[in-house]
Ligand binder design. Structure first.
Ligand SMILES: [Zn+2]
Length: 76
């Protein structure tokens, strides 16, 4: 199915694309210096709080998703 191939390519591009910055989930500071490879954070250090756990950072898109999810919950 050609449509399926195109769709999965789009998803691949979105997932792998390097974001402009990561947001520290500890103190919400945007961090512009980080190592990014194939859709994952390899290394990042927050200059404000010293957080260096890639699991404690989110991309702008992920933050966006989280806040949208929160809005939906509020409506119900
Ligand atoms: Zn931080």
């Amino acid at each position: 199915m050609v449509a399926g191939i195109v769709a999965s390519r789009l998803v691949y591009d979105i997932v792998v694309a390097e974001p402009d910055y990561l947001i520290c989930l500890e103190c919400e500071t945007p961090v512009y210096v980080f190592e990014w490879r194939e859709g994952r954070v390899l290394e990042v250090v927050c200059p404000t709080c010293g957080n260096e756990d890639p699991g404690n950072f989110a991309t702008e898109d992920e933050i966006d998703e989280m806040s949208h999810r929160g809005e939906e919950e509020d409506e119900e």
